[in-house]
Design a protein around this ligand. Structure first.
Ligand SMILES: *Cc1c(COP(=O)(O)O)cnc(C)c1O
Length: 391
């Protein structure tokens, strides 16, 4: 059965009943204390690198995620950069990352002088597939006293970065077992998964360190922002130090004891973030309502499936998605075009990393699932407002 663009549009319209085009893919919502908190920053002059909202934002994040420490930074890419550094990734290492991800996951690896090594996606969960990873490591990895090595390149396999794609949790128990077997550190790219959980445990608390993003299109936004999460107090202190130019605290002396980064989140952005986090449960509830409407609207349509949360886990439904059957792969651009023409902002999955010019020569496992999803997945409008008005 070929997916007809009129039927596809009718299903979209059905799910988005009360919304009039144009409908954005994911728009932020400021319906709480955002204005009051940002105004307070301006009124008091505490807009920049010092201020109480940064501490408050970090405490709120830690509590929501159930993690001991959160360190707020300027964006999710910076959070990944420092999290990988603290996990021990060094120049000349390799880091296992999903081929199907946003480019920041691979870029952060490159910033450390390390090489991304691409692995395949799970067809249901969309993120990294631990079973495929294990089969691949059995072929290419050797365990040495210094950790796992890629036998083909001689480089150390320093870390693996599960990314919970569009908010759907990776099978983290499966991944933890593979990572432990080969002695590889786990750093979560939880940029898309604030509010998701795996077997009752929040995403962002399932590895040694995690990175969150608060970009304008994410679940909640600080304008631009990110955070590093960890339970380890030593790593948390290192994260704070490195992201604040490695300056030793002193009333007047300017002494920096190593080369750090100016990655601190400004107070102005943290103020916005505090107001956003206050409303996170309400946003998540409405995103679930919308996801359920998509399931119903596309029910019975042959030639595609709606992506839903894995059994036993909870997704934040950051971005809803449908996946076309193989026979309908060549219909994708037609459907994208029809939806865009009708004012619905839809988009394909990211181009898989190994198909980008700068990462074409990187080591990689067979990537049949990532490539298929790259050709067949369509993200649908997913703003919280589409699941009901802001209360
Ligand atoms: C958004 C995102 C990032 C990066 O976050 P920024 O805040 O935009 O730097 C990293 N990884 C994934 C998977 C993302 O979706």
């Amino acid at each position: 059965m070929s997916v007809d663009s009129a039927a596809f549009l009718a299903a979209l319209r059905g799910a988005l009943a009360d919304s009039t085009a144009p409908v954005a893919l994911h728009q932020p919502e400021f319906a709480g204390n955002e204005w009051a908190y940002v105004k307070e920053c301006i009124d008091t002059g505490w807009v920049s690198s010092v201020g109480a909202y940064v501490d408050r934002f970090e405490r709120m994040l830690a509590e929501i995620c159930g993690v001991r420490h959160a360190v707020a930074v300027v964006n999710g890419t910076a959070a990944l950069h420092v999290a990988l550094m603290l996990a021990g990734v060094r120049s000349g290492d390799e880091v296992l990352v999903p081929a199907l991800t946003f480019v920041a996951t691979a870029n952060a690896v490159h910033y450390l002088g390390a090489v991304p090594h691409f692995v395949d996606a799970c067809p249901d969960r969309l993120g990294l597939d631990p079973a495929a990873l294990e089969r691949w490591l059995e072929q290419v990895a050797e365990i040495t006293p210094d950790g796992a090595r890629n036998r083909l390149t001689g480089r150390r396999l320093a870390a693996v970065v599960p990314m919970h794609a569009f908010g759907h949790p990776v099978d983290m128990d499966g991944l933890a077992a593979v990572a432990a077997r080969f002695g590889i550190a786990v750093v979560e790219d939880a940029a898309e998964s604030l509010g998701s959980s795996y077997r009752g445990r929040p995403c962002g608390t399932l590895g040694r360190l995690a990175a969150l993003s608060f970009n304008g299109n994410k679940i909640v936004t600080t304008g631009g922002g990110g955070a590093i999460l960890t339970d380890d107090p030593v790593l948390a202190a290192r994260a704070k130090h490195l992201t604040t130019t490695a300056k030793q605290p002193h009333r007047w002396e300017f002494v920096h004891d190593e080369i750090g980064f100016n990655y601190r989140l400004p107070n102005l952005n943290a103020a916005l973030g505090c107001a956003q986090l206050e409303r996170l449960p309400h946003m998540l509830a409405r995103k679930r309502v919308l996801a359920e409407r998509y399931v119903q609207a596309f029910a019975g349509m042959a030639g595609l499936r709606v992506v839903t949360e894995p059994m036993g886990d909870r997704s934040n439904y950051w971005l809803n998605a449908v996946v076309l059957d193989e026979e309908n792969e060549d219909r994708r651009d037609h459907l994208l075009g029809a939806a865009c023409d009708a004012g619905f902002q839809v988009r394909p999955a990211w181009r898989p990393m190994h198909l980008l010019p700068m990462y074409g020569d990187c080591p990689r496992a067979p990537l049949p699932v990532a490539e298929a999803l790259g050709r067949r997945l369509i993200n649908l409008p997913s703003s919280a407002i589409l699941g009901g008005a802001a209360a």
